[in-house]
Every structure is written in structure tokens, then in C-alpha cells.
Design a protein around this ligand. Structure first.
Ligand code: THG
Length: 262
């Protein structure tokens, strides 16, 4: 499992304040701690409140790059903010994200090729979020076809089935699991799959429990990557154990420690 740490997001008050005050310590601390906890990549999102999102993205990426060369997932809907982030982040970045409609694919697929970045595609289009897995897989197929047509290998595409809070639509978690399974049949090589895990528990009373139970289910369905709270040690333990039980790591009594020191 490829772990993308979710915490550098202006949605969190401490991050929002750090951006406003241009105070590097809280950001650099979150970068270090998430990587120490096992994150492979860091999501970077200036949040909805940033007055000048391109300037905020520039400051965030430069601030993170003072402490780590780890891959970054540039999390914005705005092409000019994305470009700024990719320029400063360097190779192995992730474009987070494009939607499935043609106008967006025409912008973000060439950008992925230009910056040699992976491309997260949400299974959303001009008609919104599909009700079920069929609708999601239809959009995923269009994305993969567009990528191949433009010369982006499907293995560089990460399909996000768009999980919603379970207390808002209780059918969605099941539909997204079906999407994860279905996406693997779209092409050879298939695209990767990713989720913004914490969305599933927003507004619920048992966030951590719901997050880790759903992560294990999604890993069982074939999930390749998740944007998740790498600072939640129980969540990371559940992920490591799921991988062990799927025979992706050799068992030893110290398997949690062995994975973490890999
Ligand atoms: N898919 C993709 N990218 C994404 C998402 C996705 N990026 C953003 C988001 N969804 C994933 N990241 C988060 C980060 C935080 C939370 C949820 C998802 C979260 N935040 C607290 C809340 O809303 O309750 C904020 C708490 C606070 O304010 O301190 O849960 O789906 N590709």
C-alpha cells in the first residue's frame, strides 16, 4: 500500500494559521512526523480559505522541500496552482486531482506527461458523482482511454472512486469497493486505485474505527493507495496487518516493527 499523508491541508486550523502567518515550523513538523510514521508521500492542499492559492501552494511546497525530498501529491482543482506546485515539488509528484470530463482531462493528462507525475482521476464528471459502481467504472474507462490516447501509461493513472461520509449515504462504501475491483479489469496494465479515506467517517462519532475498518476492506478489494492519517498508529497497524494477511509480507512475530523499519 502506498500511503499518502493527509495532514498538510488548509482544512486543518493549525495548517491554515501557519499558511497565513508564513510560519514554517508546524508544516515541517507535520511533514517529518507523517514520514516517520510511514507515509510514502505527502498530500499538499492550501485549503478552501487561502486568499491567494498559488502563492500559498508555492510557500507550502518550498517549506516542505526544506526538510524532505519525499514525493508530494499536489491537491488542488486549479490548473495554475497545480502547475506551480509541480514545478517546485520536482519528480515523482502526484496530480491530485482531475475529474473525468474531457475539458479537464485535456488539461491534466498533458500536465502529468510534462511533469512525469502520476494522475489521480476522480470518478466525477459534468453530471456529478455517479450513484453506483457502474457509473464510476464508466468514467474510469473514459479516463484510461483518454490517457492511452494522449500517451500516458495507465499505470500512471490512479482512479479515485470518491468515498462519501457513511452517515450521509450508507450505500456508497459498498459501491466504491465494487469500483476498486472493477477498475482492475479496464486495461492491461490496469490503472492504480486510491481513496481519500477519512471522507468515509466525516461527521461520525467513531471516526478512527470506521476509517481503519474500511481501509482493511478496501485493501482486501485491491486498493493500491490511500490519502489517510498516517499519524493514526492503529490505522497504520491495521494496514500493515491486512498486507501481511494478503501475503504481501512474510510473517514474523515482530511484523509491525519489521514493516516500519523496512
Ligand atoms: N480524494 C482525493 N483527494 C482528497 C480527498 C479525496 N483530498 C482531500 C480529502 N479528500 C482527503 N484529505 C482529508 C483531510 C482531512 C479530513 C478528511 C480528508 C478530515 N478533516 C477534519 C474534518 O473534516 O472533520 C478536519 C478536522 C479539523 O478541522 O481539525 O476529516 O477523497 N483524491
Amino acid at each position: 500500500m502506498y500511503t499518502i499523508g493527509e495532514r498538510i491541508n488548509g482544512m486543518f486550523k493549525s495548517v491554515r494559521t501557519a499558511i497565513q502567518e508564513q510560519n514554517p515550523e508546524p508544516i515541517q513538523d507535520l511533514a517529518r512526523r507523517q514520514l516517520e510514521a510511514g507515509a510514502d508521500c505527502l498530500d499538499v492542499n492550501v485549503g478552501p480559505a487561502a486568499a491567494d492559492p498559488a502563492a500559498a501552494m508555492e510557500w507550502l511546497v518550498k517549506t516542505i522541500r526544506e526538510v524532505t525530498d519525499a514525493p508530494l501529491a499536489i491537491d488542488t482543482t486549479k490548473p495554475e496552482v497545480m502547475r506551480k506546485g509541480l514545478e517546485l515539488a520536482g519528480p515523482n509528484s502526484i496530480i491530485n486531482s482531475t475529474k473525468g470530463q474531457q475539458e479537464q482531462l485535456d488539461i491534466f493528462i498533458p500536465m502529468a506527461i510534462e511533469y512525469q507525475a502520476k494522475l489521480i482521476a476522480l470518478t466525477i464528471d459534468e453530471n456529478g458523482i455517479p450513484r453506483d459502481a457502474n457509473g464510476r467504472n464508466e468514467i474510469a474507462l473514459r479516463v484510461v482511454a483518454a490517457a492511452m490516447e494522449k500517451g500516458l501509461d495507465p499505470s500512471q493513472v490512479m482512479i479515485d472512486g470518491v468515498i462519501l461520509p457513511v452517515n450521509v449515504t450508507q450505500e456508497t462504501p459498498g459501491h466504491v469497493l465494487e469500483t476498486i475491483r472493477g477498475v482492475k479489469l479496464l486495461s492491461d496494465p490496469p490503472p492504480l486505485t486510491v481513496l481519500g479515506l477519512s471522507n468515509v467517517s466525516q461527521g461520525t462519532q467513531q471516526r478512527a474505527l470506521i476509517n481503519r475498518t474500511y481501509l482493511v476492506m478496501a485493501i482486501g478489494a485491491g486498493l493500491d493507495a490511500a490519502i489517510m492519517d498516517a499519524l493514526d498508529a492503529d490505522l497504520m497497524d491495521a494496514m500493515i496487518t491486512a498486507e501481511l494477511l494478503l501475503n504481501r509480507a512474510v510473517y514474523c512475530d515482530d511484523f509491525l516493527k519489521a514493516y516500519r523499519s523496512r
